[in-house]
Design a protein around this ligand. Structure first.
Ligand code: GLU
Length: 280
């Protein structure tokens, strides 16, 4: 099978050295295998996405000497496809509507003797999973769309999928443990999808065979593996790579403007110097 990798930035800010590393890494994996390297803009965070960043990201990658073979459709153009997947999850009875606000969840958690935590923080206490059918129907009737998110009934979904594994380069065989996240949101209130759902479907539909991304997203793969099984999607392999850190050992974030590629370029640093610094 020929190798297809991708770099999937969100157009919510300028690229920094961490993105540069991820892009160069994905490109290198494809080139070494004589495969294909693709670019995909992940733009479902509507409140943070800005038009100018789509162009800026392409320009910065070009300046750095990254060459993608094709640009994939952005996520905002694929909402119909996500809808179809949501329907198929509904037909498996693994989704339920959640009407809780953040505040209600926080209050509920505060009242628990001990709140279990997963990789992303406190686990949803299951309030809306425990509604009766008639309570649920009533709430669905009165709530507007932006007051309802849809959660994965994690226990039911994991039971249905059975034991799952994945292959991660440089690591042993991984057993998927999505249960540690609890009932995650798959359909957000503000947009009818979520990072986990979109990224899993896109990678499958777009023929990505090797998902490369930073170690900060390693835990997400437990969830993606489960979604692949539920939606009967092809299973890629993964290569989670190291994160670029600043002088204090902190992971770079978009707000760390000093290290945006633009800033570095304006300071007179060359693409060659950046590539060398990152080990490419
Ligand atoms: N869009 C994500 C980001 O900007 C990356 C998604 C992925 O590689 O799975 O961090």
């Amino acid at each position: 099978m020929s190798v297809v990798t991708r770099f999937a930035p969100s157009p919510t800010g300028h690229l920094h050295l961490g993105h540069a590393y991820a892009a160069l890494f994905a490109e290198k994996c494809a080139r070494q295998a004589n495969g294909r390297f693709l670019l995909r803009m992940e733009d479902i965070d509507s409140s943070r996405v800005r038009d100018e960043y789509y162009t800026a990201i392409r320009e910065d990658l070009q300046w750095l000497g990254v060459r993608w073979d094709d640009e994939l459709p952005t996520q905002l153009t694929r909402l119909d496809r996500y809808k179809e997947a949501i329907e198929s999850l509904r037909s498996l009875s693994v989704l339920y509507p959640c009407f809780c606000t953040r505040k209600q969840i926080a209050n509920e958690l505060a009242n628990l003797p001990s709140a279990p935590h997963g990789p992303d923080g406190a686990i949803y206490p299951g309030t809306c999973r425990n509604l009766t059918t008639s309570e649920r129907a009533k709430k669905l009737n009165t709530a507007s769309e932006d007051e309802v998110s849809w959660r994965l009934d994690m226990k039911r979904a994991s039971d249905l999928a059975g034991e799952l594994h994945w292959q991660d380069a440089e690591r042993d065989d991984q057993i998927a443990r999505p249960e540690q996240f609890g009932d995650i949101i798959l359909v957000r209130k503000d947009i009818a999808t979520s990072y986990h759902l979109s990224v899993t479907i896109d990678d499958a539909d777009q023929g990505i065979t090797l998902v490369t991304r930073g170690d900060d997203l390693f835990a997400s793969t437990h969830i993606h593996r489960l979604l692949q099984a539920l939606l009967k999607l092809p299973v890629p392999t993964w290569h989670h790579h190291r994160l670029v850190t600043d002088d204090h050992g902190q992971r770079l974030a978009k707000r760390d403007k000093a290290r945006s590629l633009r800033e570095l370029r304006d300071q007179g640093i060359t693409p060659q110097e950046i590539r060398a610094q990152l080990g490419f």
